[in-house]
Ligand binder design. Structure first.
Ligand SMILES: *[C@@H]1O[C@H](CO)[C@@H](O)[C@H](O)[C@H]1NC(C)=O
Ligand SMILES: *[C@@H]1O[C@H](CO)[C@@H](O)[C@H](O)[C@H]1NC(C)=O
Ligand SMILES: *[C@@H]1O[C@H](CO)[C@@H](O)[C@H](O)[C@H]1NC(C)=O
Ligand SMILES: *[C@@H]1O[C@H](CO)[C@@H](O)[C@H](O)[C@H]1NC(C)=O
Ligand SMILES: *[C@@H]1O[C@H](CO)[C@@H](O)[C@H](O)[C@H]1NC(C)=O
Length: 442
């Protein structure tokens, strides 16, 4: 363990417009220009969820942590909550200077879907907050992607909320297009629910191009050291996701049941996985109550824990495959999974229409967001009242050039044998929590 203490440095004065090559999607992979791009990252939310705060509006905090990010050799951080009224220039530019991209959750605890009763929570007040967050980050070249939701579906029963997750994804993509922003990829971060993992992935990538996602990600804690590609079951997941037509990555990984050696890094960036996966994000940078941290933060000082050293050495020992890693350049849509009780409770392929009150944001822009101190959106009224006409958003999927008529080979096979139960999370789930709650249950 080493300790480094840093004085905070005025970053904003240093640079006004750092820039990285923006990430694009081609087939089932990410690209930086003509080079395949693999996410090598960590999840970054110091303070955890009980202290709802924006880590990339905190200049001294991000300055302190970027030093550690560089040491780890990462190229991406995921942030779960931001304040859409704050200025992010200093941290975003400092991240860009360090070669680091951002994957951002656009929901916040108070502005999110309610998985137990999604219709009222899918309203104009909610979407305005999401769109305002997009406005705040769209200009940064190192905004890699937006997560439209995080673990909204966390068991078989909550699959009934999937049409709302997909509608939010559609609306974010349409907003980005209509505002003339760069084609920033939008996708969903799924809980690793074995009963409907594959259905959710296929569902988010089925139908017309305006309703599909640009990528899919899921959280995976199944590799617990000592393990291997086969013992962990990662080999089976590669097999099951082969032919999936958009980029796939792990939005959280790093089981902490035993001593973490992070040997899964060697598998994740090996050609045994890179034809299907585009890397992942280790949960998580800072030590919180759930005990997944790589470092302990104390004011301006950071103490590297043993997990930090283990991960640092795995990253430095593991290079990306040469060439394109065997990605699938064709890409394309999946078939929509059929209704199958009790694991997949989506009756048909139609989506709720955007709430009437949110339509104007498409042309007028979202305006000022509510930040982290707003009243919250779940009971704000003005819910969706109709069903959307598929294709009405007339998107050209940024996911691929191919049309929605192609179907993937990976059929929507029902999953059986639950590996674990997330039942505690259903009870009184009023707010869709970010994962720093959920991970403690894994
Ligand atoms: C993004 O860039 C556009 C065009 O230059 C500008 O009008 C807009 O204000 C910028 N947004 C932010 C949040 O800086
Ligand atoms: C892969 O799919 C098969 C069915 O085709 C299923 O039985 C199995 O549980 C899946 N494995 C994983 C790890 O998703
Ligand atoms: C590539 O993706 C397409 C569309 O999803 C699929 O039909 C095809 O089987 C995939 N090819 C391979 C080798 O996985
Ligand atoms: C480094 O990676 C190689 C394979 O990429 C592996 O065989 C070796 O054991 C790794 N070394 C360490 C110290 O983990
Ligand atoms: C699809 O299912 C939803 C929810 O069950 C229902 O409200 C809607 O009417 C259905 N649409 C069609 C076209 O069957």
């Amino acid at each position: 363990m080493r300790t480094s203490t840093l004085a905070s440095i005025a970053l904003s004065a240093a640079t006004a417009s750092a820039s990285l090559t923006s990430i694009t999607v081609k087939g089932n992979a990410f690209f930086a220009g003509s080079d395949r791009f693999y996410i090598r990252g960590v999840d970054y939310q110091p303070g955890g969820s009980s202290d709802v705060a924006d880590p990339i509006a905190d200049e001294s905090g991000c300055t302190r942590d970027i030093v550690e990010f560089k040491k780890l050799g990462i190229n991406t951080v995921r942030v779960y909550t931001v304040d859409n009224t704050a200025n992010h220039d200093a941290c975003m530019n400092a991240l860009a200077d360090a070669g680091i991209y951002l994957v951002l959750d656009v929901n916040t605890p108070k502005y999110s879907l309610n998985r137990a009763d999604p219709n009222p929570s899918y309203n104009a007040v909610y979407l305005q907050s999401l769109f305002a967050t997009v406005d705040s980050f769209a200009n940064y070249t190192n905004t890699l992607a937006f997560f439209s939701g995080n673990e909204v579906i966390n068991d078989p029963a909550s699959s009934a909320a999937a049409p709302y997750v997909k509608a939010v994804t559609r609306d974010l993509r349409q907003y980005i297009r209509e505002q003339g922003f760069r084609s920033i990829p939008v996708g969903y971060s799924a809980a690793d629910v074995s009963e409907n993992r594959l259905e959710m992935a296929e569902y988010m990538n089925c139908g017309t191009d305006d309703e599909r996602s640009d990528f899919f990600a899921f959280n995976d804690y199944s590799w617990c050291d000592p393990s291997s590609f086969t013992t962990s079951g990662w080999d089976q997941k590669v097999k099951n996701f082969t032919g999936y037509g958009i980029p796939l990555f792990l939005s959280e990984y790093g089981c902490n049941t035993n001593t973490r050696t992070f040997e899964e890094v060697q598998a994740l960036y090996n050609t045994e996985m890179t034809s299907v996966y585009s890397g992942g994000l280790v949960y998580e940078y800072s030590q919180e109550a759930s005990d997944y941290g790589l470092v302990e933060i104390n004011g301006d000082s950071v103490t590297e824990l043993a997990d930090f050293t283990a991960l640092e050495s795995q990253f430095s020992n593991t290079s990306n495959p040469t060439g394109d890693g065997g990605y699938n350049s064709t890409g394309g849509a999946s078939g929509c999974p059929a209704y199958s009780s009790p694991n997949w409770l989506v009756a048909n392929d139609s989506l709720p229409a955007i709430p009437d009150g949110a339509v104007k944001y498409m042309t007028e822009g979202a305006g000022t967001g509510p930040g982290l101190t707003g009243d919250g959106s779940q009971n704000a009224g003005g819910a969706s009242t109709g069903t959307a006409t598929a294709g009405s958003g007339s998107a050209t999927a940024t996911a691929s050039g191919s049309s929605s008529t192609s179907t993937s080979k990976s059929g929507a096979t029902a999953m059986n044998a639950p590996e674990w139960s997330l039942a505690p999370m259903i009870c009184g789930a009023v707010v869709v929590m970010s994962t720093f709650f959920g991970a403690t249950l894994l």
